[in-house]
Design a binder for this molecule. Structure first.
Ligand code: ASP
Length: 447
């Protein structure tokens, strides 16, 4: 083949390649269209329900989520051990850890305050026709409430009684604690444990590669997830609750595009526009799966390869954030509190609002980032100010679409805090961050 022919083949191949963001966006749009067609235009039948909605779409969507979840525990464990072992001095680790924790807590408190303001501004609970809303069963919430542990128990559970069990159960805070400990000991023992250190490093490389490969099927997973959601609920379920939804979406947008962007600009001194451009695929991914935990691998890889954030920092702060930092969830809870209070005519004063802020912030600690968990912890928040649990039952029906959106905000919050903390510790490679093409290879999948 001549050089010219070679070039031609190459360009043809390039043309055949689509960015991951574009492909996921197309899959997302097609999924919504397909779901709506199934809901409105195809009559109920066993082919529609059993073969497509609960068969192909369910298996495709859940299969993809399971693939991502499969990566989480080994990836988090290995990368935290490697990160802690190579940061070496525990002082730096401590400073980064404390700073990150403070950022996480402050942004969550801020998020819920934004939500309370927005909720009160648009008065989402006034003028809602209660008769048009079917109240669902609240018994599952009562059970969840009874089993939700106290703050002290949550804190104690960070220390695993049995690390193997913590790994097997995917108990993230306990896994993080144990991995940090192992990493620090590896760095203290140095050459003596070189073999173990290299083994874990190489296993980490395997997990990173696996993440990239699994991402190639993301568009199929996203299509199936969206098709099933819209085929099941259509648009009708949303109508009576439009005001509440608008409130949550408005507060989420404010947090994501105002609060976070100001943080990046003021505290991190990096370009917010560049951040959003590069981070968008991760947001889409979180939106489709509604699972912060499953997004951990992609989030870590994006920060490292596209933004130049030191992997030793992100490997520790991202899994931690997915577990304890849920700004989007806190926002939903804030708006839900105002909505329910107005709906049931309960008066909330400054003390109640302060209680809501404190409870919602604490509730997000130790709660795994999985679908709908925000509704369960919402019962804790409602109880703290004496709101009826029926309010939760009302918003349950439409929660899926909000869950998707708030998960995107949850993981953006983790990434923003990580970028700011890493930048302040001099651990962001600005050449990579400012290079629009950095990490582009992550975006290219064969069409
Ligand atoms: N689905 C959310 C997450 O995984 C949690 C929630 O708000 O329900 O981050």
């Amino acid at each position: 083949m001549t050089n010219l022919e070679n070039e031609e083949v190459k360009t043809k191949k390039e043309r055949k390649k689509l960015g991951l963001t574009t492909t996921i966006l197309i899959a997302l749009g097609l999924g919504i269209v397909c779901g709506v067609i199934f809901h409105y235009f195809i009559p109920q039948s066993s082919i529609r329900d059993d073969i497509f909605i609960n068969g192909i779409f369910y298996v495709g969507g859940q299969g993809f989520i399971r693939l991502m979840q499969m990566l989480v525990v080994p990836l988090v464990f290995c990368s935290i051990v490697c990160g802690a072992a190579s940061i070496g001095d525990t002082k730096t680790l401590g400073t980064v850890g404390v700073k990150t924790l403070c950022f996480y807590l402050v942004t969550t408190a801020l998020a819920i305050s934004v939500a309370l303001c927005v909720g009160n501004l648009i008065n989402s609970g006034l003028g809602v026709d209660m008769s048009s809303i079917v109240v669902s069963d609240t018994s599952s919430l009562d059970t969840a409430q009874n089993s939700s542990s106290s703050v002290t128990d949550t804190l104690l559970a960070i220390i695993p009684k049995n690390p193997v069990q913590a790994l097997a159960n995917g108990d993230m805070l306990a896994v993080i604690f144990f991995a940090l400990f192992v990493g620090i000991i590896i760095s203290l023992l140095g050459r003596k444990v070189e073999t173990v250190h290299r083994f874990i490093e190489q296993f980490n490389d395997i997990m990173m590669k696996m993440t990239s490969l699994v991402m190639c099927v993301a568009p199929i997973g996203v299509f199936c997830l969206l098709s099933r959601t819209f085929a099941n609920v259509g648009f009708e379920a949303f109508l009576p609750m439009v005001k509440y939804m608008v409130g949550v979406l408005l507060a989420l947008t404010l947090q994501c595009f105002v609060v976070y962007m100001i943080m990046l600009w003021l505290l991190g001194r990096v370009s917010p526009v560049m951040f959003i451009k590069k981070f968008f695929p991760v947001m889409l991914f979180a939106f489709s799966t509604a699972t912060s935990n499953a997004t951990i691998p992609l989030n870590m890889e994006t920060l490292e390869r596209k933004m130049g954030v030191d992997g030793k920092i992100s490997s520790f702060t991202i899994p931690l954030g997915a577990t304890i930092n849920m700004d989007g969830t806190a926002i939903m809870q804030g708006v839900a509190v105002v909505f329910t209070a107005q709906l049931f005519g309960v008066n909330l004063g400054p003390i109640e609002y302060a209680t809501v802020i404190a409870t919602a912030t604490l509730a997000s600690i130790g709660t795994a980032g999985v679908p709908s968990v925000g509704l369960i912890t919402l019962s804790m928040v409602f109880n703290s100010v004496g709101l009826p649990l029926e309010g939760i039952a009302l918003i349950m029906g439409i929660d899926r679409i909000l869950d998707m959106t708030r998960t995107a905000v949850n993981i953006t919050g983790d990434a923003v805090c990580t970028t700011v903390v890493a930048k302040q510790s001099g651990r962001v490679n600005l050449d990579v961050y400012n290079d629009p093409d950095a990490g582009k290879e992550m975006d290219v999948i064969s069409a």
